[in-house]
Design a protein. Structure first.
Length: 232
């Protein structure tokens, strides 16, 4: 995906990319490739592929929610900053929290924010279920991009979402049916399941949006070993 196609495709999602945003995405790309030689951040390194499979793909969350009306967003298992950093560049008003369990990625993300002069970004080295213990019902939107099976993701992320607000999973496949029981236990209602194909390569994507109906029961999230041993 070249830059002109990127601009045109995201415009279809009502996102207008400014020259300033393009410059930051370009700088982000070069930082990603440079750091990727030292630490494993991504297997996708070709520029056109990064713009399609990381930058455009990160922005597809706009298919299910108007981010101009959102104030706070938490990206769980952000990795090299997808979708969190891309969302911050293109929706600079957002107050973003990035969570990842690998410290090398945290160091990279801090450098990205410094080099791109991104403000209101909090970067935390921790596991999601540990962070949730002291940060319950804190965010308008919590998102995660394919870091675990959906029923496990729900338990990680639901406690972080404000009541009446949203958890949005960005997946490559459909998992909502298998996760129905987990959603009910966590007071989540499936609001939308948006299936589409990425431009050019036509690979399948599914964005699954839940609304939080009430407080997450206090026993969730459980410890990591218990979640892994016996998922909801």
């Amino acid at each position: 995906m070249d830059k002109n196609l990127f601009i045109n495709e995201v415009k279809k999602m009502n996102i207008n990319i400014t020259d300033e945003m393009l410059k930051k995405l370009e700088k982000y790309y070069h930082l990603l490739i440079s750091w990727n030689e030292k630490i494993n951040l991504t297997a996708i390194t070709d520029q056109k592929d990064v713009y399609l499979k990381h930058f455009y793909d990160s922005l597809t969350i706009a298919k299910v929610i108007d981010l101009t009306k959102i104030a706070t967003l938490c990206d769980v298992g952000t990795g090299a900053g997808f979708p969190g950093i891309v969302l911050k560049i293109c929706f600079p008003h957002l107050k973003i929290t990035l969570i990842d369990a690998l410290n090398k990625r945290i160091i990279f993300l801090n450098e990205v924010c410094k080099q791109l002069a991104l403000k209101d970004v909090t970067i935390i080295h921790t596991r999601a279920e540990e962070y949730a213990l002291k940060n319950r019902e804190k965010y308008d939107v919590v998102t995660a991009r394919a870091v675990a099976p959906l029923n496990i993701l729900l338990e990680y992320c639901a406690p972080l979402v404000k009541v009446s607000k949203y958890f949005i999973a960005m997946k490559g496949s459909e998992e909502a049916k298998e996760s129905k029981e987990a959603a009910q236990k966590l007071n989540l209602k499936l609001e939308e399941e948006n299936k589409f194909l990425l431009p050019i390569e036509n690979s399948q994507r599914t964005i699954i949006k839940y609304q939080k109906l009430g407080n997450t029961p206090g026993k969730y999230p459980r410890r990591f070993a218990e979640i892994k041993k016996k998922p909801l």
